[in-house]
Design a protein around this ligand. Structure first.
Ligand code: 13P
Length: 264
């Protein structure tokens, strides 16, 4: 199966950086590459990057949807600073990241009290993504933090987080999950390859258990957290790994291009 190699730029980059980056990337990306390459740039630069899609084969995605939820009649509530799924689609995006740990942390911070819990927000956000005029493919991020891991709660946390993706009124076309242990993001630490495979397998079976009508081929699990050129090939070749979601190393154009050009 085609692997996904995704670059999450977070809040990095500017116009000059983008020009230099894509001049190199377009020239050096191996055209026989069969993998699906996705860039998740900051929203403001979506248009700048969209024009390079003609030269190199990649897709674009948004880093999150900002939502205030929907009204009792189903219409979206207005939100200053919000970006709708239609806007992403209109700007050439076909993917959307939902539930990245950096966003979860932030929404927990914003939303206090039991009225609106974190998981309600994730469900509402996915529904808005899927209700777009031509729906975006959700990449749903899950992952335990260091305390959860040390307490042996990884599986419980992941299963709870996956409920948001599985128990929706609108179903995604395909289930793509990014497993990003919070303790591995930007830390240089990664789980062992055996642990990555084991957890990816757990994620797939947990989704299949919750949604018995689904087939394993409809689920992809990506790994994210301190992926770089040294470890990417081993991670991509590990059983049950269908791709990678890369932060820091995706900003280094030579390193990211080399990862995209790996023969897997
Ligand atoms: P790093 O690759 O910098 O650890 O970031 C991972 C990440 O958060 C991707 O979404």
């Amino acid at each position: 199966m085609k692997k996904i190699i995704a670059a999450n730029w977070k809040n990095n980059g500017d116009k000059k950086f983008i020009k230099n980056y894509f001049e190199y990337f377009s020239k050096n990306l191996n055209n026989t590459n069969k993998n699906e390459i996705i860039f998740f740039p900051p929203d403001l630069y979506m248009d700048q990057i969209d024009k390079y899609k003609k030269q190199s084969n990649f897709s674009l995605g948004g880093q999150t949807l900002n939502t205030a939820g929907s009204d009792s009649d189903g219409s979206d509530l207005v939100l200053t600073s919000g970006t709708s799924s239609e806007m992403y689609i209109n700007n050439g995006c076909s993917y959307i990241l939902i539930g990245h740990s950096e966003i979860r942390q932030f929404s927990n911070f914003l939303i206090d009290g039991p009225k609106m819990d974190r998981r309600w927000t994730e469900r509402e956000t996915i529904i808005l993504a899927l209700q777009g005029s031509d729906s975006l493919q959700v990449i749903f991020c899950v992952g335990e933090n260091e305390d959860d891991k040390n307490a042996g709660d990884t599986h419980t946390i992941l299963s709870e987080q996956l409920d948001d993706l599985c128990y929706l009124k609108v179903k995604p076309k395909k289930f793509i999950v990014a497993y990003e242990p919070v303790w591995a993001i930007g830390s240089g630490k990664i789980p062992t390859l055996e642990d990555i495979s084991f957890i990816h397998r757990f994620i797939k079976s947990s989704i299949l258990e919750k949604l018995s009508s689904l087939k394993e081929k409809d689920i992809m699990v990506l790994y994210g957290g301190s992926v770089n050129l040294k470890n990417a090939k081993d991670i991509l070749c590990a059983p049950h790994v269908d791709g990678v979601l890369i932060g820091g190393a995706s900003l280094k154009v030579k390193e990211f291009t080399s990862i995209c050009n790996l023969k897997i």
